[in-house]
Structures are given as C-alpha cells and as structure tokens.
Design a binder for this molecule. Structure first.
Ligand SMILES: [Fe+2]
Ligand SMILES: [Fe+2]
Length: 155
C-alpha cells in the first residue's frame, strides 16, 4: 500500500534512533559482562533484543507503505565510561526516542494513518514504561544505597 512520504520519512527517522539504541545497548551489554556485572549484562542484553524488535516493526511498516528502509543512518551513539554514565546515556536516548515517537504518532493522527499509529503505540509503551522507567529506577537506587552497594547487587 502506497504510504504518505512524510510518514515514511518519520518512520525512517525512528528507525535511525532504534538502530542507535540497538548499537548502544549491544556495546553496553558487553561492557557490563566484561566488568563482571552479570545482572546488568542480562538486563541490557534483553533491551538490545527489544530494540531489535522495534527496528523490525519499523522496517516491516516502511516496506508495507512501499518505502525504502534506511538501515545506514544512526542517531548519535553515546558510550558511557562508567556505570552511572552508561545508565544516564541510555536514559537520555530513551527520552529522545520517546519524544520522536510522540511526534511521529501526532503526525499519523494529522494524516489519519491510524494503522501506523497502532504500530507505534507499543514502541512508546516499551520506551516509557519499561526502558526509561527501569533506567530512572537504577539511577535512583544508586543515590539511595550508594554506588558500591548498587554495584555489589549487580554482580
Ligand atoms: Fe526502542
Ligand atoms: Fe528502548
């Protein structure tokens, strides 16, 4: 089905962010494994899978709308130097993805593409209620129990 080009462009913009999130979680998951922080490794490796799922949904939808998925472009990937910076950079990325999703959902409503809106809503739920929420919790826990105690619990 021939899709609206503005919506296809917005979907490609979202794809660039999901691919960047995939890359960032991929490297952060390996860094946690290397540090011996196995709980963080497992959680972030799972986020990597979620982002891959999001990218897949976007690619499927772009193809359905007869667009061309852009798999070369990435929004900036920010690798952290320590655990707090890794969590903070991941949270920043989730906030940016959330804002981009909301803008794309608003565009879908304006253009009356309700089916694309339906595809995007679960991505927003994962982004806000799962990924960002969990990252906010971790940063709060570090403040609450101290970095050493937090890291001990992640081994
Ligand atoms: Fe995502
Ligand atoms: Fe995410």
């Amino acid at each position: 089905m021939k899709g609206n080009s503005e919506i296809i462009d917005a979907l490609n913009g979202l794809l660039a962010a999901e691919l960047a999130a995939m890359d960032q979680y991929f490297i952060h998951a390996e860094m946690y494994a290397d540090m011996g922080l196995n709980k963080l490794h497992e959680r972030i490796a799972h986020e990597f899978d979620d982002e891959k799922g999001h990218a897949k949904q976007l690619i499927e939808r772009i193809l359905f709308l007869e667009g061309k998925p852009d798999i070369h472009t990435r929004t900036p990937v920010r690798i952290g130097q320590d655990v707090e910076e890794m969590l903070t950079n991941d949270l920043q990325l989730e906030y940016e993805v959330g804002d981009a999703l909301k803008a794309a959902i608003a565009l879908c409503e304006r253009e009356r593409d309700f089916q694309t809106r339906t595809v995007l809503m679960p991505l927003l739920t994962d982004t806000e209620q799962d990924h960002a929420y969990w990252l906010e919790q971790q940063l709060r826990l570090i403040k609450l129990v101290g970095r050493e105690n937090y890291l001990t619990a992640q081994m």
